[in-house]
Ligand binder design. Structure first.
Ligand code: ZN
Length: 687
């Protein structure tokens, strides 16, 4: 491992942060970021660090403090505020106690913060407070887990690290571990560091650099011991099936019935792990035995569940998931009595599914959370393979796994920033780059959905996706799609499935308008509208019907219709007739797809010309002409349309998006119905 410490960079941190936070915390932040930048030391919020120093209280008195990393913060991106200050003497006094429950411990941590609004420190906070050294670094290095997670792990670690490194048996994180760490340190205060078996490493020092370099020195020794065992090149097998072909079935099987929501299922976003390295690792002899085992470190458990699901038989995916749920439930029953108070079982779906010849399927509440679990899984497969080369894997025992999984503090790390009705839901919007489409995308994102914005390739789509991605990274993707081309539709759907595992909501919005009286309406023009408005709707409906059938978790389709279906206008023959056909297809779909719990509804807006700077296709077709014909400017034309409805309302893309949301969040048991969004046009009222 490369030593990344740079005196120059360290000085920059001191210059920037020491005036406000003091030099120790400035350097603490710098070296924490260095630790976080080594993926072989910590992944996604794992590991924690601390520094002891002084805090000035409201009376101007100086008090001994300890700055400990907040729970769930990623070391690689931490700032001084991510190490809240606690009263050191008050925490050290806790060593006088014999026991301290997890909830009492959290209470003590929060009571002893200097800022009552600060985030809760790490669940390992007490060991940072109890240990006397100034700087303390705690990581979960792959190399130490490789050596330690073997039946003779203690011996292997001693051989590699030397007897001046302390090795402590596994103890559940919290008060007991903190006390044991302190006792071990007191017995050997000159030790080079301390390995916590099946968990990680502690190092310390008088300076940030000393503690960081102590971590590197120990990890380098462990890596040398591992590298001394010859590497084996594994062959890459021929794929048994394509990842995206299986993903909808698997994602459907992983979804759980939602009892507390209008939507029938709570689905996960499923991310792929199907590179050639993964395929070859899954192809090893005895791979199932090796990989269906405890996580490398207890910290990974909340992301990946206690063990992954292994599936050999592609014809029995749903049965395999069901068996996993039963096994998980039995595991819960075996250990539930060991918990404080009564506890409900967590969701029993696996988060990691491994299928030889296909790859890994990693599930999370969002693409971001699934990616965290995917990175952990990739690392786990590599480390367990290294272990198999050296000997055999020996992970944490089941009761420890359970204690960690149901340890309330760990779950605090997973608290979502926002939960909403469409979390875990994947939506596709066609014609997304237009005025109505962009409004719908924006609204679905705000409600927590993952949104695939599709349209013809070009600037309009690209700028939409770039703009929306700013507030919702990882939840919006642009997909170039021509709805009149079946290959393009199929490929677009495939791309979305490949990225997020499936699709739950379909907003058919792509449409084309044209103004011409029948006397001069050429057949070619009519066919052009027909292809987009009718064939485009049909292609989406038929491809999605097949996908819904494979997912078996229902679905919602909303077709953006028009008031012209009910009240056609002169010179709108091609538009009104083709939109009426599209509307009728949607009604047929509502009949055909109801047995699959798929609802198909329509929204019929009138005269939405723009969404901010984004003009609608309808505007491009009729706006300039009408303005000229009536001698109006843009605002005048909007007024004209506003004045023709009962409510004198200007209809916006947001209004249309609200109606879409009403349907996809399933506020009422409704299918085959139309909501007019037109300010009240008596002629156009659906009947
Ligand atoms: Zn840890």
């Amino acid at each position: 491992m490369k030593n990344l410490w740079s005196e120059e960079a360290a000085q920059q941190w001191v210059v920037q942060y020491a005036p406000r936070w003091g030099e120790p915390l400035a350097l603490r932040t710098y070296s924490s970021r260095l630790l976080g930048s080594h993926p072989e030391l910590v992944l996604h919020g794992g590991g924690n660090t601390s520094v002891k120093g002084e805090v000035t209280d409201i009376f101007g008195q100086t008090i001994a403090g300890v700055f400990i990393k907040a729970s769930g913060v990623n070391l690689a991106q931490c700032l001084p505020t991510d190490h809240p200050a606690l009263n050191l003497n008050a925490l050290q006094k806790l060593t006088l106690l014999d026991t301290l429950s997890p909830s009492a411990m959290v209470n003590q941590l929060r009571l002893n913060l200097f800022d009552s609004g600060a985030p809760t420190p790490s669940i390992e906070a007490l060991l940072h407070a109890f240990l006397p050294p100034v700087f303390i670094d705690h990581t979960h290095p792959d190399a130490l887990l490789t050596l330690g997670n073997q039946p003779d792990g203690r011996q292997r670690l001693t051989d590699a690290l030397g007897s001046d490194c302390i090795i402590l048996d596994y103890i559940h994180p919290g008060f007991e571990l903190a006390k044991a760490v302190l006792a071990a340190w007191k017995a050997q205060p000159n030790a080079t560091g301390m390995v916590l078996l099946h968990h990680g490493l502690l190092t310390w020092g008088d300076s940030a650099r000393e503690s960081y370099e102590a971590t590197l020195a120990l990890v380098n020794r462990a890596e040398q011991a591992i590298n001394a065992v010859a590497q084996k090149v594994l062959p890459v097998p021929t794929p048994a099936a394509l990842w995206w072909e299986l993903a909808p079935v698997l994602r459907g099987a992983l979804a759980v019935h939602a009892e507390d929501s209008n939507r029938s299922y709570k689905s996960y976003i499923v991310r792929s792990l199907d590179d050639s390295e993964t395929l070859s690792l899954l192809h090893q002899p005895d791979a199932a035995k090796l990989f269906v085992s405890a996580p490398l470190t207890s910290d990974h458990l909340i992301r990946c569940k206690p063990w992954p699901l292994w599936i050999d038989n592609l014809g029995e995916i749903r049965e395999a998931v069901q068996r996993y749920r039963e096994d998980y439930h039995n595991y819960f029953l075996r250990h539930a009595a060991s918990l404080e108070g009564s506890v409900q079982p967590l969701d029993s779906s696996p988060r990691v599914v491994l299928i030889p010849g296909v790859g890994g399927f990693v599930a999370g509440e969002s693409a971001h959370l699934a990616d965290v679990a995917r990175d952990i899984t990739r690392q786990t497969l590599r480390v367990k393979t290294d272990i198999a080369r050296m000997g055999s894997y020996c992970g944490l025992e089941e009761q420890h796994l359970f204690a960690m999984e149901y340890f309330s503090l760990q779950h605090a790390k997973l608290v979502r920033h926002e939960t909403s009705g469409l979390q875990g839901c994947v939506a596709i919007v066609t014609g997304a780059a237009g005025a109505i489409g962009s409004g719908i995308c924006r609204r679905l994102l705000r409600e927590g959905a993952h949104v695939a914005a599709t349209d013809l390739p070009g600037d309009a789509l690209d700028t939409l996706v770039q703009g929306l991605a700013k507030g919702t990274p990882g939840r919006i993707m642009g997909v170039a799609m021509d709805v009149t081309d079946e290959v393009s539709v199929a490929q677009g759907i495939q791309k979305i499935v490949q990225t997020w595992g499936g699709i739950d909501c379909v907003i058919i919005n792509a449409g084309l308008a044209h103004v011409a009286p029948l006397a001069s309406l050429g057949l070619e023009t009519f066919r052009k509208l027909y292809r987009v408005n009718v064939e485009g709707t049909l292609l989406l409906l038929s491809h999605m019907a097949r996908l819904f059938e494979r997912q078996r978790t229902g679905g919602d389709v909303v077709v953006i219709s028009t008031k012209n279906v009910f009240a056609p206008g002169a010179s709108f023959g091609a538009y009104s007739a083709t939109k009426a056909a599209s509307h009728q297809l949607a009604r047929i779909a509502s009949l055909e797809l109801a047995p699959l719990d798929v609802r198909v509804n329509m929204v019929a807006p009138d005269a939405v010309f723009s969404d901010g700077a984004r003009k609608s296709g309808l505007w491009a077709e009729v706006g300039p002409d009408r303005m000229r014909a009536r001698g109006l400017d843009e605002a005048g034309l909007e007024n004209y349309y506003r004045n023709r409805n009962l409510l004198k309302a200007q209809v916006t893309a947001d209004h249309v998006a609200n109606a879409v949301l009403f349907f996809v969040t399933r506020q009422t048991p409704t299918t085959g119905a139309t909501i007019p969004v037109d300010g009240g046009l008596p002629d156009a009222t659906p009947r």
